[in-house]
Design a protein around this ligand. Structure first.
Ligand code: HEM
Length: 122
């Protein structure tokens, strides 16, 4: 049985991977970089593995908390944020003009996800 603390650490590693990949790609696009760049594949892999780890560990923690179906609102909110963070990589590649606002929006999404987990407001 995997302990809660291990899931939490995996959750945090996944988040770091996703935000590192998104941040790197955002800066690349803000600086006028093209879709094809030397680190395209490693960035995509970092983002993809990170997104997978967040999901895996998130549901692992939910199981440890005894939450299965009939999610509370904070879980639904986190899953929505997860979906948005998963789709952002494609948006950044296709719409470079959105890169600057997305820089701040990504931070806000991360903050919101942490707030939802920490306070479980609904
Ligand atoms: C499938 C989506 C997700 C699920 C099911 C999920 C679930 C959870 C659960 C069950 C916890 C533990 C709450 C507790 O300690 O009582 C947690 C903690 C946390 N989650 Fe998520 N989460 C998801 C996505 C995300 C995303 C996308 C982020 C950030 C962008 C995030 C950030 C955090 C943070 C910062 C914590 C607190 C960790 C700590 O207390 O050290 N989560 N999450």
């Amino acid at each position: 049985m995997i302990p809660f603390a291990v899931y939490k650490n995996i959750h945090l590693i996944g988040m770091m991977m996703v935000f590192l990949a998104l941040g790197g790609l955002l800066l690349h696009r803000i600086n006028g970089g093209t879709q094809d760049h030397a680190w395209r594949k490693p960035v995509a892999i970092t983002h993809g593995v990170g997104i997978f780890l967040i999901l895996l560990s998130g549901f692992g923690m939910l199981a440890r908390l005894g939450i299965f179906w009939g999610w509370p609102g904070w879980v639904t909110g986190k899953v929505l944020i997860w979906v948005i963070l998963g789709g952002l990589i494609a948006v950044i590649l296709r719409k470079p003009t959105l890169a600057k606002p997305l820089w701040w929006i990504t931070i806000a999404l991360g903050g919101l996800a942490a707030y939802l987990a920490g306070t479980k407001p609904f």
